[in-house]
Design a protein around this ligand. Structure first.
Ligand code: FMN
Length: 191
């Protein structure tokens, strides 16, 4: 079994990456393969609303010069998907939103190939807006017919500078429980 984590932060290896890594730690303990893709430093374009994905029906976005197609391909191959984002102005990053919009349309145009995969959103946040960002990522999972896995609190940890989230004990506990629950659910589904 495999879980793909996509980090929508503009900071490579920042707080969001650290949190995805904490969820991965629990998944790996259960023998689940994990891979992280980071969007930092890459240009990610928004949906053109051309509906090419509906016309072509090849599980591909017509935009070929950015990392979104690789993300879609890896999501299609994975059993579980973690979307990670820093909170920017009380929502996900622009890059994460562009990925969500395009992956959502490609999935719907192609028979909902993400159906029944397990999904979770994870947020790094200085102070406010995490639940709104959480909602944004959950909207993607739910319209994609995915199974959303939960934790003991909403999936965020607090921090501004890189590494700050490692001081948020409750946030780290939330990531641990999320990883445990995701592993449990994946094993139930794939038994
Ligand atoms: C453009 C921008 C907008 C931000 N907006 C918020 C916000 O609305 N609420 C908040 O608590 N923190 C906000 N932050 C702080 C980040 O969420 C926080 O630093 C987070 O830990 C960054 O995660 P990263 O290291 O993965 O990039 C913002 C940061 C940036 C750069």
């Amino acid at each position: 079994m495999k879980v793909i984590g996509i980090n929508g932060s503009a900071r490579k290896d920042g707080n969001t990456a650290l949190l995805i890594g904490k969820v991965f730690d629990e998944l790996k303990k259960e023998g689940i393969e994990c891979e992280m893709l980071q969007l930092a430093g890459k240009t990610v374009r928004g949906c053109k609303a051309c509906y090419g994905c509906y016309n072509n029906k090849d599980r591909r976005c017509v935009i070929k010069d950015d990392p979104v197609q690789e993300c879609i391909d890896k999501m299609a191959q994975a059993d579980g998907i973690i979307l990670g984002s820093p909170v920017y102005v009380a929502d996900v990053s622009s890059e994460m939103k562009a990925l969500i919009d395009r992956a959502c349309l490609v999935n719907r145009a192609n028979g909902s190939f993400l159906r029944r995969k397990v999904g979770a959103g994870v947020m790094a946040v200085r102070r406010g807006g995490a639940v709104h960002a959480f909602d944004t990522m959950n909207h993607f999972f739910s319209i994609s017919e995915m199974v959303i896995v939960s934790s003991s609190y909403w999936n965020f940890a607090l921090g501004r500078e890189v590494g700050d989230v490692l001081k948020d004990e409750e946030g780290l506990q939330t990531m641990k429980v999320l990883g445990e629950n995701m592993a449990w659910l994946l094993k139930k589904i794939h038994n």
